[in-house]
Design a protein around this ligand. Sequence first.
Ligand code: ZN
Length: 375
Amino acid sequence: MLFKVKQEGCYIRRGDKNNVERLKDTLIRKCTIDKIANINFLWYYINVMKIENIYDEEIVMDTIIFLEPVFAERIWGGRNLEKFNYDIPEGNIGEAWVIAAHENGSSLIKNGDLKGLTLKEAYEKRPELFTKKKYDKFPLLVKILDASDYLSVQVHPEDDYARVNENGELGKTECWYVLDAKENAELIYGHTAKTKEEFNRSIDEEKWDDLFIREKVKKGDFFYIPAGTLHAIGAGNLIYEVQQNSDTTYRVYDYDRTDKDGNKRELHIEKTKDVTMVPFEKVQLEQEVYEVGNIKVTQLAEERYFGVYKIEVSGEAELTKNDTGNLFTVLEGQGRIKVEDIVYDIKKGDSFILTTQCNDCLLDGEMLLIGSYDR
Ligand code: ZN
């Protein structure tokens, strides 16, 4: 017999200890009961009090939420996002916002009770489903970037600076996992100036070649870019990006490019000088790996705002949410995910959220995923 507290999307099977605990929590919240002393008491609430939202029917759960990305045309974009099974619009598409709840773009929920809402709307309605901590807005933003050309050389502010100067926006610390890179692909990561004066002078005199530090890139590389780091993704890179939920970018150099109407994009020289960390200090994160049965998990980052994990599956494997995050994208291969007895097909390009109502689940197939979570 299957029960459900409908609004909460929670269900229980007799004898399943995890679900009993979860239903207790739900009942305590819903019925404003102080606590449920024991299992008999729980059944008393369900059976005797006949709490009306409990049904013995097959149910739609909010344990896993699938998302439809939003796409953005960019001067530096291309057509490579088609490789992720996306039906992208015409033009140079630079960004797929695959897990997004920002006012400039929000992914659409494809299943469950929240189907049809944007992730931003869903988070406003039921934040406890998505994050254990309380935030004013959804904390992370996850994108796939197709850099067919260079992105502008840019920097992002810290939270405090963004709050004051950008209407309460968050700062932006981000990180990149390189999904694919052309031969000789590179990026700009950091600068050579030793002092603020030297940094400002190099910008005023446009000594870009001396100022920017360039690095070669290959598939599988990972870069952590704290707020205040000068950076640019180079041409020929396909990147999975996890970042704070912010859209604040200060451009310092844009290769003097113009759009189809002959306009250059705005630069933010003074703000760049304000927020760039000088001297530059490269952050190299330790990558811990653990392998259990058919799953190999590599910790890419476990930093101030987020944890990011690479998950390689070959066959059937248990996905332990606490070790890999709650936001996922399949980046290679295909297979299945089984959550609370329901099996979903998943393939390259699919993004999903395992909500706080989901415990562990099973993966099956040959896949590479990236998982992340807010910290
Ligand atoms: Zn950036």
